[in-house]
Every structure is written in C-alpha cells, then in structure tokens.
Design a protein around this ligand. Structure first.
Ligand SMILES: Nc1ncnc2c1ncn2[C@@H]1O[C@H](COP(=O)(O)OP(=O)(O)O)[C@@H](O)[C@H]1O
Ligand SMILES: [Mg+2]
Length: 253
C-alpha cells in the first residue's frame, strides 16, 4: 500500500491566490532526517511553499491548490486531522512569536491542549524540549518568568522548543534567524545541526552561506518554480542552471 518511501513527497503542486499562481508544478521530497534549505529571491514562493506543508494556507480564503502532498504516504489534503498534522509538521516563524505567558507555559501549552495534565510529565516534557533546543541552561532558574523577558535569540530557541514539545517529525523554519544578531544566529545554526539527528527540517533562508552551512539539500526557487534542487554542495559548487549560478553568485536577488 505504501508506495511512497519518503517522509514527505510533493507532486506537481500548483498554488493560486485568486488568479495569481504563486507555485508552479513543484516536485520536492524529504527522504528522512535531513535539512533542506529553500533559497531564492523575495516573493518567489518560499513561505507559500512551507505554509502549504502544514496547511497554514487553509486560513487564506483565496488560496487553492492542485497536486499532492504526502506525509508518510498519506495525502495531507485528504482526510487527515489538521491539528494532528500541525503537531507532526511544526513551524517556526521569521519573527520569534512566544505567547505572552511564562517560559514554562509556552512549552507546556501544546501538550496541555493534547490532554496531558500530569504535572510531573509536563515538567519532564518542558525540560526535555528546552534541553533539545539548547536553552535549558539559560532558563532553568526562571521558568516562571515571562517568555517576553528573553532576548530575541532565546525567544526563537523557545519557539523551537515549543515545536519540539509536540514531538514533530518535520520542523519548518521560515527565515528563523533573519531577526537575530550574528551570535544568536550562530546558536540557531548550531542547533539545527543537532536537531537533524531527530527531525527532518526545511529551512527558508536568503542567506546563502547559511544554506551552505546547515543544509544537506538545497532547492532554488524562482517565480514560483523550483529551478534547481539537489545536494547542497552540488548546487553551490556546480549549479546546473545559469539562473541558479547567477543567484548564488549574487548577481540578482
Ligand atoms: N495571502 C496572500 N495573498 C495573495 N498573494 C500572496 C499572499 N501571500 C503571498 N502572496 C504572493 O505570493 C508570492 C510569493 O510570496 P511568498 O511565498 O511570501 O514569497 P517568499 O517567501 O519567497 O518571499 C508573492 O508574489 C506574494 O505577493
Ligand atoms: Mg517569505
């Protein structure tokens, strides 16, 4: 029955906002635990593409899609439960968006919504998630403090921890470091390297050096199409398409 061995498979995906076609015949897959980077100039459909992967675009009335997206062989636009989908496919946004509540409650929020009430279990989950997001040592003595008291970089790692607490299989990150300083950015990049042991990650970035540093595979988007997609090293050192070469060498974008 399961003829699709990959974690995630996108086939011939078209996406329209009203009459405007934002994605054109996208084919893409994630084999397993790896990091895929999506690069390309602003407005070429990167955010649209990752939003479609956990059905965030359901919230946009003018948006419609054609084509298929399979998660472990199951069509995510079929009968799947969307809340469950979003816990399996987590999302971290460009601007850190912690809830206006304590550090502890930010992480415990999702698991509580899933019905976990046991205090000890919740505390364990919060600790584990913060450890995995490389934030535990910095916050373990102030879990009751507001998440908004954290620095931008810490807030972004908190958002990653919040996503981890849901035990996701895939974590989507939309330019997760673009609002951060270089040191906080370095920490997130290091963290991505560790997280890929446990999760599949798709990261949108317009920093080419970041894509080159953190990802195994890279897809180059241009005007709603994937122009080139392959091993990051290949894409960066031996691009097959002239437009990829022009973009990565900084000739446009
Ligand atoms: N909610 C929306 N309604 C209509 N058009 C949109 C919407 N979101 C994005 N777009 C358009 O879709 C295209 C791709 O946008 P986006 O996915 O945000 O690109 P990127 O993340 O690569 O900068 C752009 O032309 C943008 O204006
Ligand atoms: Mg974007």
């Amino acid at each position: 029955m399961n003829t699709i061995p990959e974690k995630l498979t996108v086939r011939e995906l078209d996406l329209f906002y009203g009459d405007f076609q934002a994605l054109k015949k996208i084919n893409f897959s994630l084999a397993g635990k790896e990091v895929s980077a999506l690069i390309g100039p602003s407005g070429c459909g990167k955010s649209t593409f990752i939003r479609v992967l956990n059905r965030m675009n359901d919230l946009i009335p003018s948006c419609r899609i054609a084509g298929n997206i399979f998660l472990d062989g199951e069509d995510i636009y079929g009968g799947i439960d969307v809340t469950e989908l979003r816990s399996r496919v987590g999302m971290v946004f460009q601007k850190p968006n912690p809830f206006a509540m304590s550090i502890f409650d930010n992480i415990a929020y999702g698991p509580r919504m899933q019905g976990i009430k046991d205090k000890r279990k919740l505390a364990g989950l919060v600790e584990q998630s913060l450890v995995k997001a490389a934030l535990w040592n910095e916050v373990k003595d102030r879990l009751k403090k507001s998440a908004l008291s954290l620095s931008g970089g810490q807030q972004q790692r908190l958002c990653i921890a919040r996503s981890i607490a849901m035990a996701p299989e895939i974590i989507l990150m939309d330019e997760p470091t673009s609002a951060l300083d270089p040191i906080a950015t370095g920490k997130i990049e290091e963290l991505i390297g560790e997280l890929k042991q446990d999760y599949s990650i798709i990261i949108v970035t317009h920093a080419m050096h970041q894509a080159a540093r953190v990802s195994d595979k890279t897809a180059f988007f241009l005007l709603g199409e994937i122009i080139e997609w392959g091993d990051t090293k290949e894409v960066f050192t031996n691009p097959k398409d002239r437009r990829t070469e022009d973009y990565i060498s900084g000739r446009f974008g």
